[in-house]
Design a protein around this ligand. Sequence first.
Ligand code: PEP
Ligand code: MG
Length: 557
Amino acid sequence: MSEALKKAAPRGSRHKVIYGIGIGNSVGFGLLDFLDREEKKEKITEFLGEEREKRNFAAALDRAKEESRELYRKTLANAGREAAAIFEIHEMLLSDPDFVDSVVAAIESGTPAAEAVLSAGESLAAIFERLDDEYLAARGADMRDIAKRVYSVIVGKNQEKRASGEKIIPICRDLSPGDTANLDTSGVAGFVTFSGSVNSHTAILARAMDIPALVRAEEIGEEYHGAPAIIDPASGCLFINPTPEEMLRFAEQKEKKEAEASRLRTLTALPAVTKSGKRIALYANIGSPSEAGAARKMGAEGIGLFRSEFLFIGRDDLPTEAEQFEAYSSVARLFEDKKGPVVIRTLDIGADKILPSLSFGEEDNPALGMRGIRLCLAKPEVFRTQLRAILRASAFGKVAIMLPMVTNIDEVRQTRRILSEEKNRLRFEEVDFDENIGLGIMIETPAAAIMAEKLAGECDFFSVGTNDLFQYTMAADRQNHRLSYLAEGDGIEPVLRLIKLASDGIHAAGGDKWIGICGEMAADENLTELLISSGIDELSVSPPYIARVKERIRGIE
Ligand code: PEP
Ligand code: MG
């Protein structure tokens, strides 16, 4: 407790509370880190003298190389050799004489190191991008990336953070799903955005990573950069320069949360079974192989949704078959001894998950456009590469394929045709795969829910994506916070009715077909009983929610 009090704001610093929409159920304490550019611009206009600027540049280069090596090691462990290779290239670029010499020359002519780094990075990136060779042209983005990294070290933010040992709370207008996935969970206490919504992919990732967040927070100025703050999603508050009382409350909440976590840990090995003996498959949602370990630790019996698009987002090129195989098979291996499968959802790009390299140009209504399976079928080579990688991974565990955004049976039939061609190809090449690999679909559109009984003739299993099913049933953009009231109280009844309709249809079709839920509703403990009584066989939630949902299931009569 005294530690917490020590961290309280010194007298005279401006105490402020801002409000937003809370995401997650943990609390965090850290220093606010404005991701805007203004402060940096001010800093880099100062020239500290040639010697100091050169020393700062050399130290920043060393630090950036060290960071690249660290990223290499992390990525190698999480996503394999091919994905990690990019950081080897970054390390090489950091030693590139063209880059180093032009920064040094600029410093010698009186340019501050930070500014020199950015402009050298930009001119070299432009040279790369003009090259005809596609591979070399793509290095332009890497050049910019490393220049930015060196720049951030020079402007001092990384060093400040390391020196103080405090975590940070990034604060900005918006964070893309890619940026969120890249947050370093060990150094981030939470994040705050001035825009966003509860069911955006950014919010979903925050819950999955157990990072407290506030979205649609009141806007504040950069004068609070570096200020200590408590982020409390339960109250929807960010306490800036907290008072001793607020720090005390934070410490108490943290203690409570830790006590709750240790109580929930006792449930991890127990089955998810109701008091009357109905067993519910309780699986995890993940967006990358690095989350699979946490899912297992929290007691997931399988992976109900692997959002594969996060392997594609945030990079300029597409992941190769080998990279994808590495990612899928590593999760399959990790869950090999578990009862449930690893359900890999094929690429779900579109709406708020943007991938410029696969875009069909601007659409007036992207959420109603080339999304999910529509895009996969329109880009057969990308789709085939992914299916081959999944098939190959199926030799290493119980893997299943799930299609996003299905609206009609023809989409499933076309996929089955492509899948069978790729299976033939692998047989011909004598590559192992699971001949009986399951093919299921997401129920995310009212059309799929209504037609579930018929779709059951072509699909092995179903999983309801309530985030999208809500948006398409209610004609309410899931990103639009002004419409979130539609999800309150009885507002979700139409969605619940569609779930029941789909569940009845699928079970009426017979066989061993199952239906689960992998949208955010699966983690809402107030709905658990209702969903189970609608005939739902499986629930798939972010790892931090597994134990809570299990506790709820075990309490149901
Ligand atoms: C959903 O729509 O509920 C779902 C699980 O998919 P996503 O959130 O990735 O669109
Ligand atoms: Mg969806």
